[in-house]
Design a protein around this ligand. Sequence first.
Ligand code: SF4
Length: 376
Amino acid sequence: MSHNPVRPWRNIDRRESRRIMVGDVPVGGGAPISVQTMTNTVTTDVKGTLDQIIRAAEAGADIVRVSVPDEASAKAMKEICRESPVPIVADIHFHYKRGIEAAEAGAACLRINPGNIGDEKRVAEVIKAAKDHNCSIRIGVNAGSLEKHLLEKYGEPCPDAMVESGMDHIKILQDHDFHEFKISVKASDVFMAAAAYQMLAEQTDAPIHLGITEAGGLMTGTIKSAIGMGNLLWMGIGDTLRVSLSADPVEEVKVGYEILKGLGLRHRGVNIISCPSCARQGFDVIKTVETLEKRLEHIKTPMSLSIIGCVVNGPGEALMTDVGFTGGGAGSGMVYLAGKASHKMNNDQMIDHIVEEVEKRAEAIENGQVTAQAAE
Ligand code: SF4
């Protein structure tokens, strides 16, 4: 997918992992890196939860996780899983019964740590429920909730402790002949998470779910996630990811996609290339880009658009984009189509015009009439 014979410096060799299924979404084994998020509604508010899932799915979420803290939530999962447009992962902590109920309710995956749910009999029951209902499992190790014996052994949360915890959980599943699992070793500290993931990647061929947990608000969390996950993805590690932000789940999905887009690992929607603007700008670049980002949210076709303030960089950037606009003099600029200068357009009409051109181009790409300029 990211192998580019023309620009080899863009290649990323992805770690080979086993493939599992989360509902109808493949994870691992070279499948596209899926983007996940998690609802923050009360799960028993089925309508509110489904609304949020649908908004996240429209923004591009491939998989959505929902907390199942009690029996009433497990009951609500039935309708949620049935009506959701994407597979649902049930988030379970400690209560093995919730795991069984969620599997019965139609969850596509259980996020549960088998070592933390009690005795052998309980573990066997949850694994049987997962097998019976075609449910995969995500082992979710978190630096903040490591087992007591590991904290005593290592003194504090650290990558070795996290990986040991993960491998212990893996062993339990394997001992029960269960192999449909993926694993995460999350920490809010980017260094710890990155080291743990690298170590984990060497020790198992299970698909890896990436995350920098409790990363913070929209801005801080985005940057931390881009540094942590960006580095790991660049090394080829990661089969699915969730960006954790104290923000709307839709923002998590957008950030997840932007990280993948930035590395050329996945493409979705319009990739806008724009200059920071300066005294040379022929129109208000910042306001225009802000408006276009909103007006083009409905475009899912991978394609590119350059919005550049003046001729210093405009024609050069436009060469590699599907649609381009470069500011000029006297209240108008040049529209570029497929890298070539096409026609002039007044600044005051250019937003509607660019939206139209992008829509036309997206349709042509979808119909196979043209290829997106920067699809690779
Ligand atoms: S492209 Fe032109 S307007 Fe934009 S930052 Fe560069 S010089 Fe300034």
